[in-house]
Design a protein around this ligand. Structure first.
Ligand SMILES: Cc1cc2nc3c(=O)[nH]c(=O)nc-3n(C[C@H](O)[C@H](O)[C@H](O)COP(=O)(O)O)c2cc1C
Length: 188
């Protein structure tokens, strides 16, 4: 149990990558971690797009937000998490496909860190450009962009990105986020 918590606590989303390609067996392990995620009624509304061609990388980079374009294009492996809202029930107006995609992405992140890879998820992308650039049909939606690769020196990153990279990782403490028995309830 301690090992799992340690792995989760030590995982971090770095932005520095070496140009070294990620081996195919490691890409396959990421796909395995992704596809074994739980999902509501096991609908598995997720898809994973792997960019390993010049065109794939170009479509990815073109859809990045300005701030992500400062570092993410260097990643040798780029992934796009795609979801199909029509494959998942939306009871009570909940976007469960997105929750399922998030769980699958979370598993992929942990597997990547366990294999010594740097990996960082992104919500900073232009979805319309991504849908067009990757020829993703209706009703699929783009849930997240992911940059992945072997750790590279922070000094290779633009200064503004280096500063962000050196920030300590922080988390809210349990008393800020955990409620017992009713919202606002503390430990009895
Ligand atoms: C859904 C999601 C969207 C994110 N979007 C971005 C992003 O667009 N750009 C970025 O640099 N980091 C992004 N991140 C990374 C977070 O900023 C990072 O996970 C957070 O600061 C905690 O750091 P840690 O993962 O190292 O613990 C995103 C993370 C998640 C889960």
């Amino acid at each position: 149990m301690t090992e799992v918590i340690e792995a989760l606590a030590n995982r971090r989303s770095n932005r520095g990558f070496l140009p070294r390609p990620v081996e195919r067996e490691k890409v396959d392990a990421l796909i395995e971690a992704f596809r074994w995620a739980p999902s509501a009624t096991n609908k598995q509304p997720w898809r994973l797009l792997v960019c390993d061609s010049r065109e794939g990388h170009a479509a990815f980079d073109a859809a990045l937000s300005e701030s992500n374009r400062m570092w993410a294009p260097r990643a040798p492996l780029k992934l796009v998490v795609i979801g199909n809202p029509a494959e998942q029930d939306q009871d009570f107006g909940q976007q469960r496909w997105l929750l399922d995609c998030g769980l699958a992405l979370g598993q992929l992140l942990i597997q990547a860190c366990g294999m010594g890879l740097h990996v960082r998820s992104m919500a900073g992308f232009d979805e319309v450009r991504a849908l067009q650039g990757f020829a993703i049909p209706d009703p699929y939606r783009v849930a997240a962009f992911v940059a992945c690769g072997y750790p590279g020196p922070v000094e290779d990153l633009p200064e503004a990105v280096q500063a962000k990279e050196k920030r300590p990782r922080t988390r809210k403490v349990p008393s800020e986020i955990v409620h017992w028995n009713r919202f606002g309830g503390g430990l009895s």
